[in-house]
Every structure is written in C-alpha cells, then in structure tokens.
Write a protein that binds this ligand. Structure first.
Ligand code: BEZ
Ligand code: FE
Length: 331
C-alpha cells in the first residue's frame, strides 16, 4: 500500500507518557479489527509492565538474551517456547479460556511438547508400551456426552512416558513410536488398552527454561500422569490428562496441569475383569469416564464468558464479538 495513503501519526518526541498511545495508533492502520485489538492490548500491557517495574536496560537486555537462547535450543523435537508458556501458566490459561467446560464435563489440562502424530492406530486391548521395566496397567475408559449417552467414533490420542520418565521422542535413537497410540471409541463409548503405571518426571530443565525455574526457586517435576486428546466433529476438542494419586508433586506441578477432577487412584484388576480383559488378577487398573461437550454448547459458553470478561474489564466501553472473539465496537 502507498504510505502516503495511510494516516500515519506524527511519531517524534516520544516519551514515557506518549509512547504507548502513539505505538497503538501506528499499529492501527490495517483493516483487521481483531489484530488491532490484540496489538493494542499487548502494547498497553508491555508498556505498563516497563513503567510499573521501572525496567532497566540491563534487565531488558537479559530478558531478550533469554528469549534468544529459548529460540536457539528449540528444534523439531525440543519445544522450549512451549515449556516457557507452560511454566508461566499461560498454556493452562489459554486452554481454560478457549475451551470452557460445563460443570459435568471433563476438565482440560496442558498439552505439553510431547504429543506426536506418529502414533499407531490400535484396536482396544493392545499394549501401548514396550518398556519391560514398567508395571503393567489396564486402562478402561468411556467417552460420553453430559447426559450420559455414549459417543461412538471419537478419535483418542493417548501418550505416556516410559518407566524412566522419558517420552519416546526424547530418544534420538529409537525404532518407532512407543508409549503412545490412537484409538476410536466403540458404539458404547468404550475404549481400553494396556499401558504402564505412569511415573512422575521432571520437564526438560537442562536449557534456559530450567535456568529460569532455578532463578525462581522452583522444581521441574510433574506428577505421574497419562495424556488423552479427544477429537470428533461436532464436539469440542478436549486435551486432558489423568493424574495418579498419591504423588508428591500433585500440588506443585511445574506446569499447573493438575485439577482435582482429573486425579484418579490406581485400582486392582478383579478376577472377573482378569478373565474379560486377559490380564492377571491384581494388575494395576485405571478406569475413567470422560465427558465431552458439543461445539455448539462450548461456543455459546465461550461467547458469554468473553462478553462478560470484557464488560468487567472495560466498563462503559462498547465491545462486540467478531468471529466469536471480542473487539471494540466502533461502528
Ligand atoms: C508433559 O506432560 O508431557 C509436559 C507438559 C508440559 C511441559 C513438559 C512436559
Ligand atoms: Fe506428560
């Protein structure tokens, strides 16, 4: 676009008091209302952060160097920015905003950096782990709607670490996917498989995020868990996990993923279950009923929450939803 056609504000003599307003103005020339609103709020909060903390140039340089090192250590298999978002609580926050839940539905948890699209699709009953040192665990689950009706044909991704607390993708020399699978729920909403009892493990902490945790006097541990991701057209995408009690890290998860409703106790396979599922009596057992919410219900909940949140934040300011996301109503 010809710059002479654009009404660029006069950007000279910037100072502590006028830099924010002018940065917002110069960022507001495009036609996309959502982009303008995102950058207006981002610049407002970043500038307020600097003003409120009286940020020094040395501190800002340290922060920029830190972000450079987060980028430098990142690769296809090392997602340091996801770790950073996770330990800052931002991943959990964005998931909670974008996937609001009815009280009767399964709560979400953090995705983390170790989901992969390589997992094999299996039928119920298979063993997803080849780890000889892991304790075998039978996992029997259902997936239903909030009224208790089964949902058939839901695609379910499941992943867990081996008994040493490492995901398959963390091994540079590996033969193929392990400790993960993709399944489909049957006509009664059932899916079941064999795995190993999850163990607690530290998130990767040999890089800049680990140094940051140290600076903040925080540990890198996650409580023992198994990840689940549910997808079916018409239903809200659910990323969650089951956390095993007891575990010393249930109340101090490094990435804030634990919710009371997602904590389960390990049971023991009964004689009847042993015969039905083909595992020895007394094998460790996880059972859980997952509940999905329809896209429509989630959208309506998300819209209501968004309008209420911006009305509380900006009393008196006219706001509207554009593609279900809030923007100032300037028309
Ligand atoms: C995980 O549970 O796989 C995970 C989550 C966040 C950061 C690192 C790992
Ligand atoms: Fe995990």
């Amino acid at each position: 676009m010809d710059p002479t056609e654009v009404n660029i504000p006069d950007v000279k003599d910037m100072n502590i008091d006028n830099i924010t307003k002018n940065t917002i103005l110069i960022n507001s020339q495009g036609p996309n209302a959502r982009v303008k609103y995102l950058f207006e709020r981002l610049v407002t909060h970043l500038h307020d952060f600097a003003r409120e903390t009286r940020l020094s140039t040395t501190e800002w340089k340290t922060a920029l160097d830190f972000l450079v090192s987060v980028g430098q250590i990142s690769s296809d298999v090392r997602h340091e920015f996801i770790l950073l978002s996770d330990i800052l609580g931002l991943s959990l926050l964005v998931d909670a905003i974008d996937h609001p839940k009815l009280p009767s539905s399964t709560e979400g948890s953090v995705l983390g950096p170790f989901h992969s699209h390589e997992a094999e699709t299996i039928e119920s009953g298979k063993d997803i782990s080849s780890d000889p040192n892991g304790e075998t665990c039978l996992v029997i689950c259902t997936v239903k709607n909030p009224s208790g009706a089964p949902i058939e044909g839901v695609k379910i991704d499941i992943w867990e670490t081996d008994s040493s607390g490492h995901y398959d993708v963390q091994y540079s020399e590996r033969e193929g996917p392990d400790g993960r699978c993709v399944m489909k729920s049957d006509k009664d909403g059932n899916f079941w498989f064999k795995a190993i009892v999850p163990v607690s493990y530290p998130i990767p902490h040999d890089g800049p995020v680990g140094q940051l945790l140290k600076l903040l006097h925080r540990h890198p541990w996650r409580p023992a868990h198994m990840h689940f991701m549910f997808e079916k057209e018409g239903w809200d995408h659910l990323i969650t996990a089951l956390y095993i009690t007891p575990d010393p890290y249930l109340t101090s998860d490094a990435v804030f993923g634990v919710k009371d409703s997602l904590i389960v106790s390990l049971g023991k396979v009964s004689a009847i279950q042993a015969a039905e599922y083909g595992v020895p009596e007394g094998t460790a057992l996880i059972t859980h009923d997952f509940v999905l919410v329809s896209d429509k219900e989630t959208q309506s909940l998300r819209d209501q929450n968004a309008l209420k949140a911006v009305a509380d934040l900006f009393p008196g300011k006219k706001m509207k939803l554009l593609d279900h996301l809030p923007v100032p109503d300037v028309d």
